[in-house]
Every structure is written in C-alpha cells, then in structure tokens.
Design a protein around this ligand. Structure first.
Ligand SMILES: [Zn+2]
Length: 157
C-alpha cells in the first residue's frame, strides 16, 4: 500500500486523462488528445474513441451525441457564471459521465497499475500521516541529545 498526503502535486492528472477542462465543443482546434472513454449502452459497456480515425479530437458535442445524451436545441459549451446542475452545459454534462468521474490522478493510476493499493491521508490532518510520528521522535531525540551534529540540528529546523 502506498499512502500520500494531499499535496496538489499528488492530484496531477496524466496528459491524456479524461478531463473536459481544455476540450472544445467542436472537432479539432486546440484541445488535448485524450485516451478512450466508455459509456453504458443499456447493460453494455462501450469503449468510445474520443478522436477520429486521423487522431483529431472529436469535441464534446460529437462525444455526447454518440452517447445519445446531447439535448435537443441550443446547448452552450460552458455556463458563464457557475453551473446549476450536472447537465446545464456541455462541459458539465460530459464531466459527470462515469468514465470522466472515474478519472484518477497519475500517481493513483501508476500505483494501481503496479498492482498496489493507494490511499490519501485526510486533508489538513497531518497527524494521521505515520511519518509525522517519526518526525516527532526525531525532535524529542534532538532536544535530548547532549551534542547533536550540525547535520542533525539542520533536520530539526
Ligand atoms: Zn453549466
């Protein structure tokens, strides 16, 4: 098991992660090339290419239409102020699809790919991190060591 604190570095996503942030409504343009997605068609889980056969990103509209969840009428890429539901705009609708919701950080993917489990310590509760106990012991020893070396003292500062 690998345990990590809630450092923002530990939440970094892979380049091809299923994230809608930089996706466009329409094909091509400046948008990332993402890994395959998936969706449920009844009971069947279908893999969905999010690029066309030439490797060009399809865009959110095509992805949602292939999933048969593109609403009729006008649908904006993203709400101007803040989103009001899980289907108010194209980005929010796609971001709330199971494959996009299941996207995890690159560190979690890497650990799990190696056959291990991963856990993240609760945010703002460093006391739950076992390494803090070792630091605590180190501080006590530093305070009670008659003549600690400068290297040891620098660890405590
Ligand atoms: Zn919205």
């Amino acid at each position: 098991m690998f345990c990590f604190d809630q450092s923002s570095n530990h939440a970094a996503m892979a380049r091809d992660a299923l994230i809608v942030t930089n996706m466009n409504l329409n094909p091509a343009g400046s948008q990332p090339v993402l890994r395959d997605g998936w969706f449920l068609d009844g009971e069947t889980r279908k893999v969905q290419k999010v690029q066309d056969n030439n490797g060009v990103p399809k865009g959110i509209m095509a992805i949602l239409k292939e999933r048969n969840i593109w609403p009729e009428g006008r649908f904006v890429l993203q709400c101007k102020d803040r989103c009001i539901s899980t289907s108010c705009c194209a980005k929010t609708l796609l971001a709330n699809q199971p494959d996009f919701l299941a996207q995890t950080s690159v560190i979690e993917e890497t650990v799990k790919r190696g056959g291990h489990t991963v856990s993240f310590y609760p945010k703002f509760h460093c006391e739950t991190n076992f390494i803090e106990r070792y630091w605590g012991v180190l501080h006590v020893r530093g305070a009670t060591t008659p003549s600690p070396t400068s290297a040891f003292r620098s660890l405590l500062s």
